[in-house]
Design a protein around this ligand. Sequence first.
Ligand code: SF4
Ligand code: SF4
Length: 310
Amino acid sequence: MTMIRYLDIQRMSSEDGPGLRTTLFFKGCSLACAWCHNPESIAKKFQIHWLSSRCIGCGSCEGVCPNGALLRGESGVLIDRRLCTGCRACVSACPALALECKGTDAEPDVLCRELIKDKAYFGRDGGVTLSGGEALLQEGAVELLRLLKAEGIQTAVDTCGMVFSEQLEAALPYTDVLLYDLKLMNDADHQRWTGRSNSLILRNLGTAARWAKGNGRLWIRTPVIPGATDSEENIRAIGERIQAIGGAERWELCAFNNLCIDKYRRLDIDWAFQNSPLITRRHMEQLLAVARSTRACEDIRATGALGNEE
Ligand code: SF4
Ligand code: SF4
């Protein structure tokens, strides 16, 4: 039985494609971007979070771990992530809901029924978005898209593009809007910041553009990350590539934010961007001017919160 491992379902989202949407975040990604806003979606394995603000220090979780992965010390509960198998024994033992397991498995038809509960607010342009992590890594994504289309739901897929071409091609017939990330054109920079080369991503972009010139809607998204993707040179190179392939309806420059800092703390990860400032309005306007000068597509816009000048 094909199962989907997902992280979360977010309802009433206005940031994951056209209109109001319900977004399913898959668990597991083929990239590991240093700035990732959903760090708990990178690994496919289950992950335990300890929420210090809820912990009442009762000690009920002590001794329940069959793998010796959970320790209580002076600074609170520590999880040895190499030993943890995600069995959830500690989650069940905690009376204060201070331990959460990130990751749930469900069959595509079960998820489809859950997602279409929100049909009433989708309206003409809204629908369901599969996001992540990387949705297309999981076989169940295509089946879920097929089921959603059979229910008359408008579907969007948010992809990093780092998937086998067959996985992308299998999903496109059931996809109305493709949100395609283009982060860095320089391959060495791409490897440095995401852990992988961009060559497959750029090849798949060609497939996405051909599909868009048929009857699909292609939105390109570039995260604008201080010191990583926010150079004029990078934005110009991305714009020129979008212009050359054609077919894109929109290009979004998505401003960096640091709202995810607590997620990194709960995963015991020192986040390289924890002290990075927001992109200033002036800097974003400069990048938008560069982007528009490339004539990449009709609709080029900035999204996300911006910082004050300087
Ligand atoms: S989920 Fe299971 S293996 Fe992981 S820390 Fe909790 S009890 Fe141990
Ligand atoms: S069982 Fe829950 S509330 Fe009690 S010490 Fe462990 S994490 Fe804290």
